[in-house]
Design a protein around this ligand. Structure first.
Ligand code: PBG
Length: 330
């Protein structure tokens, strides 16, 4: 007995005593195979274009994209998620460039597939916002509202064109009702039962997409609140989840990741399909900006956020740091 009462009989600190001890008892480990790299490719540029709001991330040329894909293979990550940035004059009201077999995204899918074969999963963002002049994820009706069912027709076509161009996985991110079912049917109809659907199942209308707008050169008019979810709603997430599974989603995603870890945990508990989380542009930029100012330890902060996302239940994480982090883990 000390002067102050009894000493603790149980001492959790024992298991934190050395690096090897901490490593042995770690509940959550990051592995290169956890990661998927989102990457932007811009049409008609000779040099990669830095994205000001995302220091360290660029809009790739076709050549530098191939190099990034080869680096991703080398680092041992699992996938690359491609976003196309068309020439400004190719944008129109219905996002024609998104279904043009020679559109930038399709060209990039073919390039990357030729480069990596099956060594890396080649994934494509399946959405119209990069290709429409109004910046919405779908086509608009006469009143200027996003027309759900007319958009589904466009998504079906996009899925087929992306599959033809070599996508192993398509990632519908537009939050239209019924999109997973329509895309699954469209793929099956052309005999592409092999192409998997990674559904952006839970996608909140988030301020943290801000830097992405620059990344894809989008000038969105208005906001996405009529199709993306309200940040306070978690039950709504479970409803979207049930629908996507029923419609045939192979994998489901929660996005953004950091501000929605509770939702991610609920989704992961509820399903038996793989769950992914997307650490989005704003989550990336906040850490890079604070680190640039010397306010936080960049590398530790990155690992901490990724560990948190995995601990919450993500099997896979889309992050702009995918290749870098995988290299440090090897
Ligand atoms: C839609 C899409 C967006 C992102 C991925 N797919 C933008 C949006 O929904 O507003 C955001 C990714 C990020 O911010 O890193 N095509």
């Amino acid at each position: 007995m000390s002067t102050y009462g009894s000493f603790p009989g149980t001492r959790p600190r024992r298991l934190r005593s050395t690096p090897v001890m901490r490593r042995m008892v770690a509940e959550t480990r990051l592995h290169p195979a956890d990661f998927i790299l989102p990457a932007f490719v811009r049409e008609g540029v000779g040099e990669p274009v830095p994205i000001t709001a995302m220091p360290g991330v660029v809009q790739h040329t076709r050549d530098t994209l191939k190099k990034a894909a080869a680096d991703a293979v080398e680092a041992g990550i699992s996938g690359i998620m491609l976003f196309g940035v068309p020439e400004e004059e190719k944008k129109d009201a219905v996002g024609t460039a998104g279904t043009d077999p020679d559109g930038i995204l399709q060209v990039a899918l073919r390039d990357v597939r030729a480069e990596v074969g099956d060594e890396l999963l080649v994934m494509s963002d399946l959405c119209l916002d990069e290709f429409t002049d109004h910046g919405h994820c779908g086509v608009l009706d006469a009143q200027g509202r996003v027309d759900n069912d007319a958009t589904l027709e466009r998504y079906a076509e996009m899925a087929q064109v992306q599959a033809d161009a070599g996508a192993h996985v398509v990632g519908p991110s537009g939050m239209m009702d019924g999109q997973i079912g329509v895309i699954r049917d469209a793929l099956d109809q052309i005999g592409r039962e092999d192409v998997a659907v990674l559904a952006y199942t839970v996608k909140y209308a988030s301020a943290f997409y801000g830097p992405f707008r620059e990344a894809v050169g989008s000038s969105l008019q208005g906001d996405r609140k009529t199709y993306q979810q309200d940040s306070g709603n978690a039950r709504d997430a479970m409803r979207e989840l049930a629908l996507d599974l029923e419609e045939g989603a192979d994998m489901v995603m929660v996005k953004p990741a950091g501000p929605y870890l509770d939702v991610l945990a609920k989704v992961a508990d509820a399903v038996d399909v793989p769950v992914a989380a997307y650490q989005i542009s704003g989550e990336y930029s906040m850490i890079e900006a604070a680190a640039e100012k010397g306010w936080i330890d960049r590398d530790r902060a990155i690992l901490e956020t990724l560990t948190g996302i995995k601990r919450a239940g993500a099997r896979n994480i889309l992050t702009y740091w995918a290749t870098e982090v995988a290299r440090t883990l090897r």
